[in-house]
Design a protein around this ligand. Structure first.
Ligand SMILES: C[S@@+](CC[C@H](N)C(=O)[O-])C[C@H]1O[C@@H](n2cnc3c(N)ncnc32)[C@H](O)[C@@H]1O
Length: 257
């Protein structure tokens, strides 16, 4: 891999906590993503793609919706998939690799493009893999519920995560917040948007945020005024009952080619 290809991998460094962190992310956001999927007229014969599938939960859902079609889940790293998944998993770099043009009925990517510097080139490429009338469904993380938190310590440390990743690999909140403009600019029709803001505390989002804070604790400590002990205290509180705040928002946009 060259530097561009491996930037996400370098930031996460294939950390041992990654399968569990991705599982918490899926548990938190899947219910919202599945609700939106109900708005797309999915057929049991469809050929679907989930790019940057992570723990594979959305690809799994698609394979239940399309038992007579085909579902492919791609990722740089397939080791975060659980045993016994029921879709076709392919190691595939969306920046450098490709698929046949006009070969999918539905393509989903969640919390992927915000992390890729090449997102402006990658999105048209993804759209070119859609059949005419095929659907794209993009979801992106946004830190605005944390930016406006009145809990100074939580805000400082959790925004520290975002700053660390933005500095390391160019993660952008602005791009996700600009949705659906990147889709309408490509001529997509029937475009819609939605948003959810899961709570932290004793929740899946709380456990995802705590794991993410721990993953980047050293880097946060280097740019913020917090010791590693303070950061760990905040991580513990973020996943505890009685801690009331929000995690990252999930911005969804979908439309038809
Ligand atoms: C934040 S995780 C989201 C996982 C999953 N989409 C979800 O929402 O549960 C981002 C995923 O994208 C994968 N990824 C990052 N860069 C990629 C690339 N260039 N090509 C394919 N997958 C990539 C990562 O390995 C990781 O599994």
């Amino acid at each position: 891999m060259n530097n561009t290809q491996s930037s996400y991998a370098r930031a996460i460094d294939f950390h041992p906590s990654e399968p569990e962190r991705l599982k918490f992310l899926a548990q938190s956001i899947d219910p919202y993503s599945y609700k939106i999927l109900e708005k797309i007229p999915v057929d049991k014969n469809w050929r679907c793609l989930d790019i940057g599938t992570g723990s594979g939960s959305f690809a799994e859902k698609l394979s239940r919706c399309c038992p007579e079609g085909e579902v492919i889940g791609t990722d740089l790293d397939l080791t975060n998939l659980p045993e016994g998944y029921s879709f076709r998993a392919i190691e595939h770099n969306v920046i450098t690799d490709t698929f046949e043009p006009e070969s999918f009925d539905l393509i989903h990517a969640r919390w992927l493009l915000c992390h890729l510097n090449e997102r402006e080139q990658v999105l048209p490429k993804i759209v070119s893999w859609l059949k005419p009338n095929g659907w794209i469904f993009i979801e992106e993380a946004h830190p605005f519920p944390i930016e406006s938190s009145q809990n100074h310590q939580y805000r400082q440390v959790a925004m520290g995560v975002w700053e660390v990743v933005a500095n390391a690999i160019g993660t952008s909140a602005d791009w996700g917040r600009s949705l659906p403009a990147p889709l309408t600019a490509l001529g997509m029709r029937n475009v819609r948007i939605d948003l959810c803001t899961p709570t932290v505390g004793d929740t899946a989002m709380g456990r995802f945020m705590a794991a993410t804070i721990r993953l980047f604790a050293k880097d946060i400590s280097a740019i913020k005024n917090n010791s590693l002990n303070e950061i760990e205290e905040i991580a513990k509180r973020v996943e505890s009952a009685g801690f009331y705040d929000f995690g990252y928002a999930n911005i969804s946009a979908w439309g038809q080619r």
